[in-house]
Every structure is written in structure tokens, then in C-alpha cells.
Design a binder for this molecule. Sequence first.
Ligand SMILES: Cc1cc2nc3c(=O)[nH]c(=O)nc-3n(C[C@H](O)[C@H](O)[C@H](O)COP(=O)(O)OP(=O)(O)OC[C@H]3O[C@@H](n4cnc5c(N)ncnc54)[C@H](O)[C@@H]3O)c2cc1C
Length: 275
Amino acid sequence: MDLNTITDIVRRPSERPGVLWRDGDAWLAGGTWLFSTEQPQLRRLIDITALGWDSLMPSAAGLEIGATCTIRELNAFAPPGDWPAATLFGTCCEAFLSSFKVWNAATVGGNICMSLPAGPMITLTVALEAAYTVWAADGSERTIDAADFVIGDHRNILGPGEILRRIDIPVAALRKRCTHRRFTLTRLGRSTVFLIATQSPGTADLLLTITAGTTRPVRLAFDSMPDADTLRERIDAIPEDLWFSDPNGTPDHRRHLAGYFAEEIRVELTEGGRP
Ligand SMILES: Cc1cc2nc3c(=O)[nH]c(=O)nc-3n(C[C@H](O)[C@H](O)[C@H](O)COP(=O)(O)OP(=O)(O)OC[C@H]3O[C@@H](n4cnc5c(N)ncnc54)[C@H](O)[C@@H]3O)c2cc1C
């Protein structure tokens, strides 16, 4: 849609664009959300796709994803054969309630910074223990555990002028075994709950990430595979006000689904196959 409060677009920002920042600005990535609804508080867009950041940089340390990498590019990435958890890239790209335009233009960083409960790039990067690099307006940078970035529905820890620059997924996480469960009310609908579990090779540990059902990601870590009661207790201990409510599900429904799928995952990873 036309954004008729916008009076200026910075098409070629400086290399560290934070210095440009002023009230009424927004970073423009794929624009799939920015142009989908009114933005009365905005006066200027700063196009960060013009900065030419590399999209995908595999190395011995893992995978660096530039924040402006598109969902299409991530989905097309061919990972090394010893990264079994990279199968989650396609799974999470397909979890978008996505039109052709969203699929081709939306960026990984834009999805994370939207910070919606059903943001599949949040699910992916939290489950794979990513670190986010954030540039501040003054040119300094900080690194944040992906699990600490989103703090609520459409809320994250970015301050004015801060920009998500890149996402680093460690190789140890990419080498893990993984499984997932996702529930949607309709076949191509938005996620009601989306769970991913990973397990280190040759161990019985469990890292269970619960998203979409909660207003921010919840990651539960176990040194060894819990029994059913222990797993249930940890899910029951998730604070009531963290369960999300929208037309895709009530908090009670989402808590029920998370418990149900977590137990399926526990059995699958214990027995070495889907129940
Ligand atoms: C039909 C449709 C379906 C959608 N389905 C989903 C869905 O299933 N799940 C979901 O989560 N969202 C969905 N969205 C919302 C949105 O399109 C996606 O979240 C998308 O990934 C946003 O990415 P973008 O690059 O287009 O971001 P933009 O629209 O460009 O930006 C989104 C917000 O993030 C900020 N931003 C972008 N990049 C950065 C950065 N690097 N650093 C700091 N701030 C930044 C922008 O300033 C803006 O506030 C949907 C939208 C549409 C129109």
C-alpha cells in the first residue's frame, strides 16, 4: 500500500547507517510488512538492502547469515553433508504464511525484527543457538543470544537506530540431530505452535524450543532425556502470561499442543524414530 506519510527514502545509505538515524525513520528490508499496513509514525525509510551484505557465508565455524538474506535464498542454500540440522532451513522457510512476494522479498533479519510469535526465522535461529550481531547508532556493536532478542509479541531488545546486522549459527548446532512439530488451523495457515528439538551427536541431551504458542521463544535444555513427567513439569512451569492468544489459538489450546508435541518428540528422540 502507499505510505503517504513518507517524505524521503534513503536509497544508498552509508556503510554504518546508524549515524543517519532520526525520529520517524525505519530500516527498510524486504518491505513486506512495512508496505502491508499503515505506518503513520514514519517519515523516512532507509533501504538496508542497498548495503550489499553477503547473504550466506558457510565456514568451519558454522553459517553466517546476513540480515538482508531473503527467505528464498535461505531455502535454496545447499548445506554441507555433515550439517543434518540444516534440514530445518527449508522447514522454517515453508512455515511462512507466505505469498509469492513475501517468499521472494522478505528477509531473515526483517522476520526476526518483526518479532511476531509466528516468526519462523526466530524459531530456526533460537533452536540452532544462533548469536545475533547488532549495530548501534554510534557505530559500536554487540552480540546477543537469539533466545534473548524477542521479548514479547512484536517487541524486541533493539533501541532507536539499532540494526540487526547478521546471524551466526554455530557448527555444533548444525551437526545436531533434529526434529520438529508444527500445528496450523489451516493447511497453509500461520503457526499455532512450532516446536524444534535438537540433540548432540552421541548423547541423550535435549534442547527443546517452543515458539508461536508463546509471545517470545522458550528454550528448555536438558542434559539427559527427561522422563514424561519431568518434561511435562517444565512445560507447565512456563508462566501463564507467556502463552499467546490470537485467532489461531487460545493460550490453553497452545499449552495443550506444546505438551502433546513435546512428549511425541521425547519418544521419537528416545527411541530413534517417529512414534
Ligand atoms: C501475506 C503476508 C504473510 C506474512 N506471513 C508472515 C508469517 O507467517 N510470519 C511472520 O512472522 N510474518 C509474516 N508476515 C510479516 C512480514 O512480511 C514478515 O515478518 C517478513 O519476514 C518481514 O521481513 P521484511 O524483510 O519484509 O521486513 P520489512 O517489512 O522490511 O521490515 C519489518 C520490520 O523490521 C524492521 N527491520 C527489518 N530489517 C531490520 C534489521 N536488519 N535491523 C533492524 N530492524 C529491521 C523494519 O524497520 C520494520 O519495522 C507476513 C506478511 C504478509 C504481507
